[in-house]
Design a protein. Sequence first.
Length: 260
Amino acid sequence: MRGFNVLLHKEFREAWRSRKFLWIPLVFALLGMSDPLTNYYMIDILNAVGNVPEGFEMLLPELMPVDLLQASIGQFQTIGLLVIMATFVGSISKERANGMATLLYVRPISFAAYFLSKLTVLSVIGLVSIIAGFTGSVYYTVILYGSFDVATLLASFCTYYVWLVFVLAVTLLMSAAFKTTIATAFTFIVIFVGQIIDALVGSFWTISPWKMPAYGIQLIRGTMEMSDYWWSILITVVLLIACIVLGIWTMKKNAAMTKI
């Protein structure tokens, strides 16, 4: 791939200058910390806020450490993915619209190098972000509720990372295929509507990329049917590769749309 190292250096430098390596992991860290702390101090928070009737008692459910991690992953699945997709959905389309891509296309680089350099940097940012998120959640959960089995926790982390890279590949594919506004709409439809459909009628199938976050939690609980897990991993990786191939093809196809 011609120019991959040069483009990779460019993408890392731009991501560092725009503080994406700082503020996106910070968002995930705050999301990870919020559920263990909020649940543990809920009574104190209510008392501090006031307006609680005299004699009022709230019986909170007995929570296991995995329940808190599941809640944190739920935060990643909504606010976290929203932040990531909104940040990166214009990665290619905006460069095409403002003429930046023209400066790259006239050089001896390949479209594959262009696409993969962006996906590589996005994947590294995603990795740092979920490390921050999982660390925040696990740290306070262990202090306040109890410990995890390290092996299953790492397996859950890797499972969620595969899902996140798939989300990033879909985001870049849409950015390569459409203008930013349309790409944003289609990315949200594919990811969020896919999650809603899987939540509503997902009991009719057991193999899907959209089940990966839930399967990571099931690994910790010890309730995972491993054949479904490995098939879902395989389908996710296949779709990830398909997104990369389609993304490179659409970049080449839409090169003529680049503003000069």
